[in-house]
Design a protein around this ligand. Sequence first.
Ligand code: FES
Ligand code: FES
Length: 172
Amino acid sequence: MPVDISVMVNGKIYAGSVEPRQSLAGFLRDDLDLTGTHIGCEHGVCGSCTVLLGGASVRSCLMFAVQANGAEVTTVEGLGEPGAMSPLQEAFRRHHALQCGFCTPGMLTTAQAFLDENPAPEADEVREAISGNICRCTGYVPIVAAILDAAAVLRSEPASTPHHHPNAGNQP
Ligand code: FES
Ligand code: FES
């Protein structure tokens, strides 16, 4: 039997009914048409489906949509837009940190949650942070460089600059 849920996604509330077995990834892609969240392995291994739940990175293939009831979700679409990319997205572009782009939404959401927690990371910490995200194309070097560069850019922003993603600061 479908279950009624209400989820805040990228700052907008979506209310609707879902099958109890519908994954959060499927809900985002199929019900909300937010296809930036990619589904690769569907069992928690590749990281391509990563989204932010209350500011923390989670694998949306491993969650049921009903588990997100009442929560705040940020997908890659919520990080920035083509005309107004986030500092992290800009850094990925500058460093050519994507090729096919399949892993990129998960890399960006994972890295965003990481930088929110650790604004001045070492390269080793970045490597560890993305160690659960598989990229078949880049060899990871430009991705690590982009995340370090984005951290530097974010640190240099005036404190009054509004954060680009709506869940910033919601972590306990
Ligand atoms: S699709 Fe979710 S971790 Fe691979
Ligand atoms: S850019 Fe192709 S999988 Fe990462």
